[in-house]
Design a binder for this molecule. Structure first.
Ligand SMILES: Cc1cc2nc3c(=O)[nH]c(=O)nc-3n(C[C@H](O)[C@H](O)[C@H](O)COP(=O)(O)OP(=O)(O)OC[C@H]3O[C@@H](n4cnc5c(N)ncnc54)[C@H](O)[C@@H]3O)c2cc1C
Length: 328
């Protein structure tokens, strides 16, 4: 519908929209309420589960533009971008939003270029000025916050996960699905091989309700196993500080903070992490913060709800053991 807020669905590759999609829809509903327009979902996938479609409707997507085609997996910009761009030219949405995830970052930038629109990447807040949306985004690795406006529509943006309030699901809303077909054309790139990482069985960092995070205090990559054991018992994801990532102990996608992931779990447990401001930037909205550090003056204790002054090599195995007993 012309003037709609489009939320591009980020999914789990198994047919279900991820939590960040609820955040996009929640924020879009807020601004659609202010400036007018419907909130619609745009989903490109090789499989859309019926309850996944229902979930989008429950979050508040009044219509779902759906391309369901094997050619859409894995993500390829050259396949995805023309599909959305053509529809956008026909439907004239007011805004097109994606998430700050690896594939959406590329998709949205290419889409903005194709539509001749600007992109506000990595947004953390929105406001209104003269009826126009203003996006707030961190720049210079988070040292400054800049406010930007679009000269021409649509308002293309990517939104940082775990920053915006997710839409609450409402029951009794049947999904209105507009099935789309991919245009003909032979892609210039060919899918050759997919290599999957060994599954840890632990939840994904940005989706998890509990996160156990390790820093330089772990002393080496081999000691992350202590955190993984604890995480396995309490159903947590494992994260890391930049010091641990820079040392090569964990890949960058595990990094929490200003130049890593933003998380907002129900429980965060930081082990051997000092609590530098850049780390706090990525986890300070966690509901309950626990810290294990042998230095009683470590800054992380200033924001921790529960602090344990002690050697993590003694404390963490004890915690794991106690949780294991409790679960039995
Ligand atoms: C532009 C910029 C962006 C940045 N972005 C990020 C970011 O996104 N994320 C991030 O994390 N950092 C970021 N940093 C780096 C940040 O400033 C800190 O250097 C980093 O967070 C420190 O990591 P750490 O807490 O693991 O290490 P340290 O600061 O070295 O702290 C290690 C802690 O472990 C404790 N410890 C040691 N041994 C034990 C033990 N046996 N038991 C218990 N405790 C122990 C120590 O007391 C200490 O408090 C950024 C910096 C800059 C300049």
């Amino acid at each position: 519908m012309a003037g709609a807020f489009w939320c591009v669905v980020e999914d789990d590759r198994q047919g279900q929209p991820k939590k960040v999609t609820a955040e996009l829809i929640g924020e879009a509903r807020r601004w659609a309420g202010e400036v007018g327009g419907a909130v619609e979902a745009v989903w490109l996938t090789d499989r859309a589960a019926p309850d996944g479609l229902g979930q989008l409707a429950a979050w508040g997507a009044s219509r779902i533009w759906l391309w369901e085609d094997a050619a859409l997996a894995p993500y390829r910009g050259e396949t995805w971008v023309p599909a959305v761009a053509e529809l956008a030219k026909r439907e004239s949405p007011r805004a097109v939003w994606g998430a700050v995830t690896s594939r959406h970052r590329e998709l949205m930038a290419r889409l903005a270029a194709r539509l001749g629109a600007g992109i506000a990447a990595d947004c953390v807040a929105f406001s209104l000025a003269d009826g126009q949306l203003v996006a707030t985004r961190p720049v210079y690795a988070g040292k400054l916050l800049s406010k930007v406006r679009w000269k021409t529509g649509p308002w293309v943006a990517t939104l940082r996960p775990n920053v915006f309030k997710a839409a609450e699901a409402e029951t009794g809303k049947a999904p209105v699905v507009e099935r789309q077909t991919l245009g003909a054309g032979t892609p210039a790139t060919r899918f050759v091989e997919r290599r999957e990482e060994a599954q840890t069985g632990l939840p994904e960092l940005t989706e998890a309700e509990i996160v156990v995070s390790g820093g330089r205090g772990l002393k080496g990559p081999e000691n992350f196993v202590l955190l993984e054991e604890l995480a396995g018992v309490i159903g947590a994801a494992v994260g890391a500080s930049r010091a641990a990532v820079d040392a090569g102990w964990k890949p960058h996608r595990f990094q929490i903070g200003q130049t890593g992931r933003t998380i907002s779990p129900k429980l965060y447990i930081g082990c051997g992490i000092s609590g530098a401001i850049q780390h706090l930037a990525g986890m300070r909205t966690s509901k309950v913060i626990c810290a294990v550090n042998k230095d009683a003056d470590a800054p992380i204790f200033k924001i921790a709800d529960f602090g344990l002054v002690g050697d993590l090599f003694e404390v963490v195995p004890l915690l794991t053991e106690e949780f294991r007993k409790l679960k039995k």
